[in-house]
Design a protein around this ligand. Structure first.
Ligand code: FAD
Length: 455
C-alpha cells in the first residue's frame, strides 16, 4: 500500500476544493487547505470592498481577493459550471435559470464542500506567506489574519490553488501621467452607480470589458469601449444608444481628451482598465525554478507540474478554458493520482523537452507568450489528454456540444452576460432588447446529463 502523504493545498476556491476532494479520494489522510479569507469559494465570494488604490498597483494597499461585480451572473450555462459528478440542484423555489448568479455558484461550492467533508480540512483566516523546499520536505509558513499567530509546518507535497484574478494588469497609455481623470481596474468595479452621468472609456477585448460596459451603461452618460482589434471602426454597439466601439487609444491629454487610433477623440472622466490579471505567487520560494515571465508560469508540464520539483509541487487552475470546472476537476485527479504513484510522470528531462516543444508550437502559431495558459478553442484536446492520464473517458459528448454551441453563440453575438439587475441581457439604454429567451440557443437551455430544461 502507498504511503499516505501530508499535503498542503493553498486556497479554498474551485481549484483548492477539487484538489482536496481528489487527494482524500486517493487516500491521503492529512490534507490541510489554507484559506486566507473567512469563507470558501474564492472568486465566487462577492466582496463589496474595493482596494484603496482603484488601479490595484500600490504595493501597500490592503489586497481584496475578489473581482466580482454585484450583478454578475455566470457567462456559462450551469452544465459547464459544475463538476461532472455533482450537478447544480433544483432550488426549493424551483429556480433554474440557464446562467446562475454568483450567489448560486457560491452556494453550490459550499454544498459541494460539505457533502465531500472538505470544510473540516480548511484552515480559514490563514494566509500562506512562505513555501520553500528544505531537504526533501516543503516548509509552509502561514499567518493568521485575525491574530498574531504564525506557524511553520512541514509537508510532503504542496498544491498551489491561489487563483489568478487579483493582481491587475494595466494598459500602457501614452500621456497617462498627465491625464487628469480617474482610473480604475475592473478588479475594483462593483456597481454602476459610481459611474453616474460620467463619460467612461473602457479598455479591453475580453468578456469583462463587454460585460462591464453594459453594466455601467445603466448609469453612465457615455461608454466608449476601446479594443486592440485593428478592424474596429467607431460605431454604436448593437442594441445600445450610449456605448460606442473604438480602436486602441492613441494618446491621452492634459485637457482630459482621449484620442483613439482612428483620429476620433472624446472628453472622458474615467478610464476603466478591463485588461486582465497577472499570475502571482508571493509566497513561493523556488530559487527561480518556477517563475512568471509575461504571464507564463513556467516551466510547467501540461500546466500543472514543474519538472524539477514534480510531483511534490503542483499548480491547479493555471490554464483557462471555457469549461473551467471540468478542466480543474481533471487536473486535480491527475495531480492526486500522480502523488499516490498510480500514474507516473515522464522523466524530468522528457517533461522539459515537452514544455519546450509546447512553447515552440505556440510561437509557430503566432501566439504571444502572454497566452501560454489560454486554452480557449484547444480545450477538448487538453481535457481528453488529462482524462486519458487518469484512465477515464474524455469530456462528455453532451458537454462538448454545449461548449461548441456556446462558442458559436459568443462569436455570433459578442461576449455577453445575463443582467440580473434588469432581467434581460441588456441595459435600459438598449434599443428594443431581445429577451434572453429568444437569443440563447436551445441547446444551452436544454436538458443534458441529469438536468431538466433551464429557462
Ligand atoms: P479563486 O477562486 O481565486 O480561489 C483562490 C483562493 O485562494 C481564494 O479563496 C483565496 O482567498 C485563496 N488564497 C489566495 N492566496 C492565498 C494565500 N497566500 N494563503 C491562503 N489562501 C490564499 N469562471 C467560470 O467558469 N464562469 C464564469 O462565468 C466566470 N466568471 C468570472 C467573472 C469574473 C469577474 C472573474 C474574475 C472570474 C470569472 N470566472 C468564471 C473564473 C473564476 O475565477 C473561476 O470560475 C474559479 O473561481 C477559479 O477558481 P480558483 O480556485 O482557481 O481561484
Amino acid at each position: 500500500m502507498e504511503k499516505s502523504l501530508k499535503v498542503a493545498v493553498i486556497g479554498a476556491g474551485v481549484a483548492g476544493l477539487a484538489a482536496a476532494r481528489e487527494l482524500r479520494r486517493e487516500g491521503q489522510k492529512v490534507v490541510v487547505v489554507y484559506e486566507k479569507s473567512d469563507q470558501l469559494g474564492g472568486t465566487w465570494v462577492y466582496d463589496p470592498r474595493v482596494e484603496s488604490d482603484p488601479l490595484g498597483l500600490d504595493p501597500n494597499r490592503e489586497i481584496v481577493h475578489g473581482s466580482l461585480y454585484s450583478s454578475l451572473c455566470t457567462n456559462l450555462p450551469r452544465q459547464l459550471m459544475s463538476f461532472s459528478d455533482y450537478p447544480f440542484e433544483i432550488r426549493k423555489n424551483g429556480e433554474l435559470r440557464t446562467f446562475p448568479d454568483h450567489e448560486e455558484v457560491l452556494e453550490y461550492l459550499n454544498k459541494f464542500a460539505r457533502d465531500f467533508g472538505l470544510v473540516e480540512l480548511i484552515r480559514f483566516n490563514t494566509e500562506v506567506v512562505r513555501v520553500q523546499r528544505v531537504n526533501d520536505q516543503w516548509i509552509v509558513g502561514s499567518r493568521s489574519t485575525t491574530s498574531d499567530l504564525s506557524l511553520e509546518e512541514a509537508f510532503d507535497a504542496v498544491v498551489v490553488c491561489n487563483g489568478h484574478h487579483t493582481r491587475p494588469r494595466i494598459a500602457d497609455i501614452p500621456g497617462i501621467k498627465k491625464w487628469p481623470g480617474k482610473q480604475i481596474h475592473s478588479h475594483n468595479y462593483r456597481v454602476p452607480e459610481t459611474f453616474l452621468d460620467q463619460v467612461v472609456v473602457v479598455i479591453g477585448d475580453g468578456p469583462s470589458a463587454h460585460d462591464i460596459s453594459k453594466d455601467i451603461a445603466m448609469a453612465a452618460k457615455e461608454v466608449h469601449l476601446s479594443s486592440r482589434s485593428p478592424e474596429i471602426k467607431v460605431s454604436k454597439l448593437d442594441y445600445y444608444d450610449n456605448i460606442w466601439k473604438h480602436p486602441k487609444i492613441d494618446c491621452v491629454y492634459e485637457n482630459g481628451e482621449v484620442a483613439f487610433q482612428d483620429g476620433v477623440s472624446v472628453q472622458a472622466d474615467i478610464i476603466l482598465h478591463c485588461t486582465g490579471y497577472n499570475y502571482d505567487f508571493p509566497f513561493l520560494e523556488t530559487n527561480g525554478i518556477v517563475s512568471v515571465d509575461d504571464n507564463r508560469v513556467g516551466p510547467l508540464y501540461n500546466h500543472v507540474f514543474p519538472p524539477k520539483l514534480a510531483p511534490s509541487l503542483s499548480f491547479i487552475g493555471i490554464s483557462f478554458t471555457v469549461d473551467l470546472f471540468h478542466m480543474i476537476e481533471f487536473q486535480a485527479k491527475w495531480m492526486a493520482r500522480v502523488l499516490t504513484g498510480k500514474v507516473l510522470l515522464p522523466l524530468e528531462n522528457e517533461m522539459l523537452i515537452d514544455i519546450e516543444q509546447q512553447y515552440k508550437r505556440l510561437e509557430e502559431a503566432g501566439k504571444l507568450k502572454h497566452y501560454t495558459h489560454n486554452l480557449l478553442y484547444d480545450e477538448f484536446e487538453y481535457l481528453d489528454w488529462l482524462a486519458a492520464q487518469v484512465g477515464e473517458p474524455g469530456a462528455d459528448e453532451g458537454l462538448k456540444q454545449i461548449t461548441r454551441t456556446l462558442l458559436k453563440f459568443l462569436a455570433d453575438n459578442g461576449w455577453f452576460r445575463y443582467s440580473r439587475a434588469l432581467g434581460t441581457l441588456f441595459s435600459p439604454h438598449a434599443l428594443s432588447p431581445p429577451s434572453q429567451q429568444s437569443l440563447v440557443p436551445d441547446l444551452l437551455k436544454s436538458a443534458t446529463l441529469s438536468f431538466p430544461p433551464y429557462i
